[in-house]
Design a protein around this ligand. Structure first.
Ligand code: PGA
Length: 233
């Protein structure tokens, strides 16, 4: 387990646009940020647009050959079938690489519980999508087989008051202890270009989940560029 810390560090910078950005705005963002992003094997830049913008964003990324992965913000806990309004993992295959699961806003506004989160994580894995499961506490339930977690404390989401990097790293350590050596833990909650470095300095953190600050292409690009210097080649 200890040896993993010495492996080449892999970082994730994940933009969660939440319920924002028209298709036009999303494409402007991609076409502005995409060409300016350096391609780095151990840096995964992920953009999670709304479902309506997914297809256009995916096409723009492919056409521009941008080093951007596309993610969905949610998915159905069921397979394809009579589930009005739901997006099954099977239908997202080919369109997205990763899926956010159990974001606090899903849990808080839409009543998702750990059981639902586990079903969604299973569906993602069944269809080869990477589940990025969001949790709020160090003792949160980690669904079976999940290797990517975002710690996002409720008080820090959209508040302008992030957790301290030291505490985020302590929570990451505890989650890793409970979830096994392969677990990568990101931090989310009021991350911006000003504070990003303080989080990336923590070796226990494998990246960031960024909401508000990711909507501004200039700020997001700055965050991605600042993360380059934390990668060993
Ligand atoms: P925020 O959102 O960056 O706007 O605080 C973070 C999150 O939702 O995890």
């Amino acid at each position: 387990m200890g040896g993993l810390e010495n492996k080449k560090r892999q970082l994730w910078i994940v933009a969660n646009w939440k319920s924002n950005e028209t298709i036009k705005e999303a494409l402007e963002w991609i076409d502005w940020v995409g060409p300016k992003l350096e391609k780095r094997e151990n840096l995964k830049v992920v953009v999670c647009p709304t479902f309506v913008a997914l297809e256009e964003v995916k096409k723009a990324v492919l056409v521009g050959s941008y080093p951007i992965l596309v993610g969905a913000q949610d998915l159905s806990p069921f397979d394809v079938g009579p589930y009005t309004g739901e997006e099954a993992a099977q239908l997202l295959q080919g369109l997205v690489d990763l899926v956010l699961i159990g974001h606090w806003e899903r849990r808080h506004y839409f009543g998702e519980d750990d059981e639902m989160v586990s079903h969604k994580a299973q569906m993602a894995q069944k269809y080869g999508l990477i589940p990025l499961v969001c949790v709020q506490e160090p003792d949160a339930r980690i669904p079976l087989g999940v290797n990517l977690i975002a710690y996002e404390p409720v008080f820090a989401i959209g508040s302008g008051h992030p957790d301290t990097p030291g505490n985020a790293a302590m929570v990451a350590e505890e989650l890793k202890r409970r979830g096994g050596g392969n677990l990568a833990v990101l931090y989310g909650g009021s991350v911006n270009a000003k504070n990003v470095t303080s989080f990336l300095k923590q070796p226990k953190l494998s990246g960031l989940l960024i909401g508000q600050a990711s909507l501004n292409p200039l700020e997001f690009l700055k965050i991605a560029q600042l993360s380059f210097k934390f990668l060993k080649n």
